[in-house]
Design a protein around this ligand. Structure first.
Ligand code: NAP
Length: 301
């Protein structure tokens, strides 16, 4: 059975290792955290491994997980090499969504194979995620030897593996942020405006969640174009003007409304001149044109 060392064993590290241990897919060797207390807590959760707080104390393994926060990955990897702690032929893996395996490239000097694996999941509560992990999509890239072996391991714990090009990881991760984090932001911003319009907070929350769920269901059932409804899809200029007027005292709301409005235009079937009219309206160009027309008239008086 392959052995694993994990440097940085927080929310993600302990969840993945607990799943591996429960399925008896590999043996957990050393767990290194910044604090010994935290490493011991991780070992207790996983049910296997030696808790350490000093990198120098790790023993060789077949696989090294570097599951620290993103900013520490490269430093940890370089320290492992500098201190000659990597076993030649082993696999070195990190789990960042935005960084590629390139950040581990110095490990190739120690004759190791590198990879990055990004599980598309929020690991905020490891005790819950171990029960909901099945089917989680995992974006994988790196050296073929590592991708094959790590891919099998992650499939073994229920992951659904897909390949990503390392040069596209930042764009890929930005998309995840739009889909995940910004949906929460949109929920918050929509609720804020509903509350400001006098709708009770509880009703506002239910209403926004129901609308978002309906939209998601429609997108899944139909396609983006057919799922879209609303004033931009209909081309209701006066309604859009009214919304912009109502939101104008809140810079964040108006910025979100107009930016997403422009992003919505490509989903409509309006002719080019109607699209241009709506784009100008959302860009505030109509107001600017109006203002400059007035100042032109004034300058000629
Ligand atoms: N959380 C998620 O939902 C999620 C989802 C997908 C991908 N990821 C990726 O997974 C990785 C880990 O994220 P996380 O949320 O699990 O982070 P986390 O909960 O903050 O855990 C990080 C762990 O790293 C340890 N650590 C930090 N610097 C270290 C160092 N120099 N040497 C040894 N240990 C060190 C910390 O030790 P102490 O406990 O002693 O401070 C902590 O236990 C990141 O690359 C992240 O992008 C996370």
């Amino acid at each position: 059975m392959k052995t694993i060392n994990c440097i940085g064993c927080g929310k993600l590290g302990k969840t993945i290792l607990k799943l591996i241990v429960d399925k008896q897919l590999a043996y957990v060797n050393d767990i290194v955290n910044q604090s010994l207390h935290s490493a011991r807590e991780s070992v207790k959760f996983i049910g296997q491994g030696n808790a350490l707080s000093k990198l120098d104390e790790i023993t060789p393994a077949d696989i090294y997980f570097i599951a620290t926060r993103d900013d520490a990955i490269q430093t940890v990897c370089e320290e492992l090499i500098r201190k000659n702690l990597l076993k030649p032929g082993s696999f070195i893996l990190h789990f960042s969504g935005s960084l590629s395996s390139d950040i581990l490239s110095s490990a190739r000097m120690a004759h190791c194979y590198i990879a990055s694996a990004h599980p598309v999941k929020s690991f905020s509560e490891p005790s819950i995620v171990v029960n909901t992990f099945l089917g989680t999509y995992i974006a994988l890239e790196g050296d073929q030897e590592a991708v094959t072996s790590i891919g099998d391991l992650l499939k073994g714990i229920g992951g659904t593996i897909f390949n990503i090009k390392k040069e596209n990881k930042r764009q890929y991760h930005a998309a995840m942020v739009i889909a995940n984090n910004y949906l929460t932001t949109l929920h918050f911003q929509a609720m804020k405006n509903l509350k400001n319009s006098g709708v009770d907070e509880k009703i506002a929350k239910n209403l926004v969640s129901m609308l978002m769920n309906d939209s998601l269901n429609n997108v899944n059932r139909l396609n983006h174009k057919d799922a879209l409804t609303g004033p931009i899809q209909r081309g209701d200029t006066m309604t859009i003007k009214g919304h912009m007027e109502a939101l104008k005292t809140d810079p964040t709301s108006i910025a979100i409304y107009t930016a997403l409005g422009k992003g919505t235009l490509s989903l409509t079937s309006h002719d080019p001149s109607k699209k241009k009219e709506l784009e100008d309206l959302l860009s505030g160009d109509q107001d600017m044109k109006h203002t400059s027309a007035i100042s032109n008239i004034r300058s000629h008086l």
